[in-house]
Design a protein around this ligand. Structure first.
Ligand code: IMP
Length: 215
Protein backbone atom coordinates (compact mmCIF):
# COMPACT_ATOMS: atom_id res chain seq x y z
CA UNK A 1 0.00 0.00 0.00
CA UNK A 2 1.35 3.40 -0.90
CA UNK A 3 2.07 5.89 1.83
CA UNK A 4 -0.90 8.07 2.68
CA UNK A 5 -3.56 5.49 1.86
CA UNK A 6 -5.45 3.79 4.63
CA UNK A 7 -6.45 0.12 4.62
CA UNK A 8 -9.96 0.95 3.39
CA UNK A 9 -8.60 2.82 0.35
CA UNK A 10 -9.31 6.23 1.90
CA UNK A 11 -6.91 9.13 1.61
CA UNK A 12 -5.21 9.59 4.97
CA UNK A 13 -6.15 12.57 7.10
CA UNK A 14 -3.59 15.33 6.71
CA UNK A 15 -3.90 14.98 2.93
CA UNK A 16 -4.91 18.32 1.38
CA UNK A 17 -7.82 16.49 -0.23
CA UNK A 18 -9.85 15.65 2.86
CA UNK A 19 -12.10 18.67 2.31
CA UNK A 20 -13.12 19.81 -1.17
CA UNK A 21 -15.48 22.58 -2.33
CA UNK A 22 -18.01 21.50 -4.95
CA UNK A 23 -18.30 24.28 -7.54
CA UNK A 24 -22.05 23.73 -7.92
CA UNK A 25 -25.13 24.23 -5.77
CA UNK A 26 -27.12 21.46 -7.46
CA UNK A 27 -28.44 19.26 -4.63
CA UNK A 28 -28.67 16.19 -6.86
CA UNK A 29 -25.05 16.48 -7.94
CA UNK A 30 -23.95 17.06 -4.36
CA UNK A 31 -25.67 13.82 -3.27
CA UNK A 32 -24.16 11.75 -6.09
CA UNK A 33 -20.67 13.18 -5.74
CA UNK A 34 -20.65 13.09 -1.94
CA UNK A 35 -21.66 9.41 -1.89
CA UNK A 36 -18.76 8.31 -4.09
CA UNK A 37 -16.09 10.67 -2.80
CA UNK A 38 -17.09 10.03 0.81
CA UNK A 39 -15.80 6.49 0.28
CA UNK A 40 -12.38 8.04 -0.40
CA UNK A 41 -12.49 10.02 2.83
CA UNK A 42 -13.32 13.32 1.11
CA UNK A 43 -15.87 15.72 2.57
CA UNK A 44 -17.61 17.84 -0.08
CA UNK A 45 -18.86 21.33 0.75
CA UNK A 46 -21.20 23.05 -1.74
CA UNK A 47 -19.77 26.41 -2.77
CA UNK A 48 -22.97 28.25 -1.76
CA UNK A 49 -22.29 27.38 1.89
CA UNK A 50 -19.04 29.35 1.59
CA UNK A 51 -20.74 32.24 -0.22
CA UNK A 52 -19.07 31.51 -3.55
CA UNK A 53 -21.19 32.88 -6.43
CA UNK A 54 -21.65 30.89 -9.67
CA UNK A 55 -18.73 31.30 -12.06
CA UNK A 56 -19.09 32.24 -15.73
CA UNK A 57 -18.94 29.42 -18.29
CA UNK A 58 -17.68 31.37 -21.32
CA UNK A 59 -15.44 28.75 -22.95
CA UNK A 60 -15.96 26.66 -26.09
CA UNK A 61 -14.87 23.38 -24.44
CA UNK A 62 -16.24 21.43 -21.48
CA UNK A 63 -12.83 21.02 -19.87
CA UNK A 64 -12.09 24.75 -19.95
CA UNK A 65 -15.44 25.52 -18.34
CA UNK A 66 -14.98 22.88 -15.64
CA UNK A 67 -11.49 24.18 -14.88
CA UNK A 68 -12.68 27.79 -14.76
CA UNK A 69 -15.39 26.85 -12.24
CA UNK A 70 -13.00 24.81 -10.08
CA UNK A 71 -10.34 27.56 -10.07
CA UNK A 72 -12.93 30.19 -9.20
CA UNK A 73 -14.13 28.20 -6.15
CA UNK A 74 -10.56 27.38 -5.05
CA UNK A 75 -9.51 31.00 -5.35
CA UNK A 76 -12.38 32.30 -3.24
CA UNK A 77 -12.19 29.64 -0.52
CA UNK A 78 -8.52 28.65 -0.33
CA UNK A 79 -9.66 25.00 -0.47
CA UNK A 80 -9.25 22.32 -3.14
CA UNK A 81 -12.23 22.46 -5.53
CA UNK A 82 -14.14 20.09 -7.81
CA UNK A 83 -16.27 21.19 -10.77
CA UNK A 84 -18.13 19.44 -13.56
CA UNK A 85 -19.38 20.46 -16.96
CA UNK A 86 -21.64 18.34 -19.11
CA UNK A 87 -23.84 18.31 -22.17
CA UNK A 88 -25.31 16.39 -25.07
CA UNK A 89 -23.25 15.82 -28.25
CA UNK A 90 -25.14 14.75 -31.38
CA UNK A 91 -23.22 13.19 -34.27
CA UNK A 92 -25.42 14.56 -37.09
CA UNK A 93 -25.12 18.06 -35.57
CA UNK A 94 -21.31 17.83 -35.44
CA UNK A 95 -21.29 17.67 -31.64
CA UNK A 96 -23.98 20.28 -30.96
CA UNK A 97 -25.54 21.30 -28.63
CA UNK A 98 -22.35 20.43 -26.69
CA UNK A 99 -21.24 23.10 -24.24
CA UNK A 100 -24.36 25.07 -25.17
CA UNK A 101 -26.76 22.29 -24.10
CA UNK A 102 -28.39 24.29 -21.29
CA UNK A 103 -29.17 27.26 -23.56
CA UNK A 104 -29.53 25.64 -26.98
CA UNK A 105 -32.91 27.21 -27.79
CA UNK A 106 -31.88 30.56 -26.32
CA UNK A 107 -29.02 30.77 -28.81
CA UNK A 108 -31.62 30.63 -31.58
CA UNK A 109 -33.80 33.32 -29.99
CA UNK A 110 -35.97 30.96 -27.93
CA UNK A 111 -36.43 30.62 -24.19
CA UNK A 112 -34.06 28.95 -21.73
CA UNK A 113 -35.99 25.79 -20.92
CA UNK A 114 -35.67 22.04 -21.35
CA UNK A 115 -38.84 21.99 -23.47
CA UNK A 116 -37.51 24.62 -25.88
CA UNK A 117 -34.10 22.91 -26.09
CA UNK A 118 -35.73 19.58 -26.88
CA UNK A 119 -38.02 21.14 -29.47
CA UNK A 120 -35.03 22.66 -31.27
CA UNK A 121 -33.12 19.38 -31.15
CA UNK A 122 -36.01 17.33 -32.54
CA UNK A 123 -36.73 19.82 -35.31
CA UNK A 124 -33.07 19.95 -36.42
CA UNK A 125 -32.97 16.14 -36.56
CA UNK A 126 -36.24 15.76 -38.49
CA UNK A 127 -35.67 13.27 -41.32
CA UNK A 128 -32.10 12.59 -40.18
CA UNK A 129 -31.21 8.88 -40.24
CA UNK A 130 -28.12 9.10 -38.04
CA UNK A 131 -29.51 9.43 -34.49
CA UNK A 132 -26.27 8.73 -32.60
CA UNK A 133 -25.46 10.94 -29.61
CA UNK A 134 -23.78 10.83 -26.25
CA UNK A 135 -23.88 12.69 -22.99
CA UNK A 136 -20.44 13.91 -21.97
CA UNK A 137 -19.23 14.91 -18.52
CA UNK A 138 -15.86 16.24 -17.49
CA UNK A 139 -14.71 16.71 -13.90
CA UNK A 140 -11.86 18.98 -12.89
CA UNK A 141 -10.30 18.91 -9.45
CA UNK A 142 -7.71 21.51 -8.45
CA UNK A 143 -5.74 21.29 -5.21
CA UNK A 144 -5.46 25.10 -5.22
CA UNK A 145 -6.31 27.94 -7.63
CA UNK A 146 -2.91 27.83 -9.37
CA UNK A 147 -2.63 24.03 -9.51
CA UNK A 148 -0.60 23.27 -12.68
CA UNK A 149 -1.72 19.62 -12.66
CA UNK A 150 -5.49 19.49 -12.19
CA UNK A 151 -7.03 16.03 -12.05
CA UNK A 152 -9.32 15.61 -15.05
CA UNK A 153 -11.79 12.75 -15.50
CA UNK A 154 -14.42 12.19 -18.17
CA UNK A 155 -17.38 10.00 -19.00
CA UNK A 156 -19.43 9.36 -22.17
CA UNK A 157 -22.86 7.74 -22.17
CA UNK A 158 -23.84 6.62 -25.68
CA UNK A 159 -27.38 6.56 -27.00
CA UNK A 160 -29.70 7.73 -29.79
CA UNK A 161 -32.06 10.69 -30.15
CA UNK A 162 -35.78 9.84 -30.33
CA UNK A 163 -38.45 11.71 -32.34
CA UNK A 164 -40.97 11.60 -29.50
CA UNK A 165 -40.44 11.81 -25.73
CA UNK A 166 -40.50 8.75 -23.46
CA UNK A 167 -40.51 8.67 -19.66
CA UNK A 168 -40.97 11.13 -16.80
CA UNK A 169 -37.76 10.91 -14.77
CA UNK A 170 -34.51 12.83 -15.16
CA UNK A 171 -34.17 16.28 -16.68
CA UNK A 172 -32.91 18.08 -19.76
CA UNK A 173 -32.75 15.89 -22.86
CA UNK A 174 -33.49 12.64 -20.99
CA UNK A 175 -36.96 11.95 -22.54
CA UNK A 176 -35.34 12.00 -26.02
CA UNK A 177 -32.14 10.13 -25.12
CA UNK A 178 -32.64 6.43 -25.88
CA UNK A 179 -30.31 3.69 -24.64
CA UNK A 180 -30.59 0.69 -26.99
CA UNK A 181 -28.81 -1.64 -24.54
CA UNK A 182 -31.47 -0.90 -21.89
CA UNK A 183 -34.35 -0.50 -24.37
CA UNK A 184 -35.36 2.66 -22.50
CA UNK A 185 -34.93 6.39 -22.63
CA UNK A 186 -32.89 7.99 -19.84
CA UNK A 187 -36.18 9.43 -18.51
CA UNK A 188 -37.64 5.90 -18.24
CA UNK A 189 -34.83 4.74 -15.96
CA UNK A 190 -35.23 4.79 -12.21
CA UNK A 191 -33.00 7.61 -10.89
CA UNK A 192 -30.73 5.14 -9.10
CA UNK A 193 -30.18 3.22 -12.35
CA UNK A 194 -29.37 6.41 -14.27
CA UNK A 195 -27.09 7.66 -11.50
CA UNK A 196 -25.13 4.41 -11.50
CA UNK A 197 -24.52 4.29 -15.27
CA UNK A 198 -24.54 7.86 -16.54
CA UNK A 199 -21.74 10.00 -17.98
CA UNK A 200 -21.42 11.67 -14.54
CA UNK A 201 -21.12 8.30 -12.78
CA UNK A 202 -18.42 7.19 -15.25
CA UNK A 203 -16.44 10.39 -14.77
CA UNK A 204 -16.75 10.18 -11.00
CA UNK A 205 -15.53 6.59 -10.91
CA UNK A 206 -12.56 7.58 -13.07
CA UNK A 207 -11.78 10.49 -10.74
CA UNK A 208 -12.04 8.25 -7.71
CA UNK A 209 -9.62 5.76 -9.27
CA UNK A 210 -7.16 8.59 -9.98
CA UNK A 211 -7.46 9.87 -6.41
CA UNK A 212 -6.86 6.51 -4.77
CA UNK A 213 -3.94 5.86 -7.20
CA UNK A 214 -2.40 9.18 -6.13
CA UNK A 215 -2.86 8.71 -2.40
P1 IMP B 1 -24.70 20.93 -16.39
O1 IMP B 1 -23.27 20.79 -16.76
O2 IMP B 1 -25.16 19.90 -15.39
O3 IMP B 1 -25.13 22.33 -16.10
O4 IMP B 1 -25.54 20.50 -17.68
C1 IMP B 1 -25.53 21.26 -18.85
C2 IMP B 1 -26.72 20.87 -19.69
O5 IMP B 1 -26.44 19.65 -20.37
C3 IMP B 1 -28.01 20.62 -18.93
O6 IMP B 1 -28.72 21.80 -18.71
C4 IMP B 1 -28.73 19.67 -19.86
O7 IMP B 1 -29.33 20.40 -20.91
C5 IMP B 1 -27.59 18.85 -20.45
N1 IMP B 1 -27.34 17.64 -19.64
C6 IMP B 1 -26.21 17.32 -18.96
N2 IMP B 1 -26.35 16.14 -18.31
C7 IMP B 1 -27.60 15.72 -18.59
C8 IMP B 1 -28.34 14.57 -18.20
O8 IMP B 1 -27.89 13.69 -17.44
N3 IMP B 1 -29.60 14.49 -18.68
C9 IMP B 1 -30.15 15.43 -19.49
N4 IMP B 1 -29.51 16.52 -19.87
C10 IMP B 1 -28.23 16.67 -19.43
Amino acid sequence: MSEGRQGNGAIASGSPLTKVVLASNNAGKLREFAALLGAAGIELIPQGELNVPEAEEPHPTFVENALAKARHAAKLTGLPALADDSGLCVRALRGAPGVYSARYAQLAGGEKSDAANNARLVSLLKGEADRRAYYYCVLALVRHADDPEPLIAEGRWHGEILDAPRGRHGFGYDPYFFLPSLNASAAELEPAVKNAGSHRAMALRQLLARLTEEA
